[in-house]
Design a protein around this ligand. Sequence first.
Ligand SMILES: [Zn+2]
Ligand SMILES: [Zn+2]
Length: 254
Amino acid sequence: MGYKAIKSEKKSSLGGLFYIISNRIKTLFYPPICPLCEEVLSGGKTRICDRCRSKITYLTEPTCLRCGKEIDDAEREYCEDCKTKPKSYVKGFPAMRYREPVKRGIVNFKYHNKKTYAESFAYEIIKTHGRDIKKISPEVLIPVPVHKNKLEQRGYNQAEALAGSLGRYLDIPVDASILKRTVNTTPQKLLDNEERQKNLERAFISDQKQVQYKKVMLVDDIYTTGSTIEACTKVLKACGVKEVYYTSICIGKD
Ligand SMILES: [Zn+2]
Ligand SMILES: [Zn+2]
């Protein structure tokens, strides 16, 4: 709910001025750096640098109508994953492929205490899907939660930081209180597909029996097979949400 407070502060003129000044001061002491190569950027903008951007694999059509992953055959509507395991969410908006140099950036963002990289990654999502998300106009952005042990280790939830930046760009509130991760799940790598889904479905819960939202967008850093987003979607639907969408920085196994 902290983000709502930030947004309303931004709206009052005095608050807006404070926001601009504090951002300028921050830029002075912590110049923005590219989250992928970690070099200082010129111009004071929080972005991925042009050199790294030229190496990024963005998603090109045809893409799966459900998850947004690239597919080889334009005749097909869904990727193999979505065809064999139908999803309960409406549609996904990943910004790029999970490949180098993005992979390195995600590791920095997630494990190297670089919460501020959320801003650059959110910018990539806005650039690729901002218009689509605005059109859908979800009532709220919901970050995929991490278990509290991981939260203690890392100090922040990268999905929540990303949702916060996205929410500021899009003027959509963020609610990180609905979903919770209960158990520290067995590493998904060690399980087969069916066990993976079960393992995850037990991991997400909500304290709230009924939520006020009907249309929401989940936010995560990476989408691989979709089992995390699917597990979260099921919990949200059980709480009365009608339409669930998702967005992520990247998609794919490699
Ligand atoms: Zn770079
Ligand atoms: Zn798909």
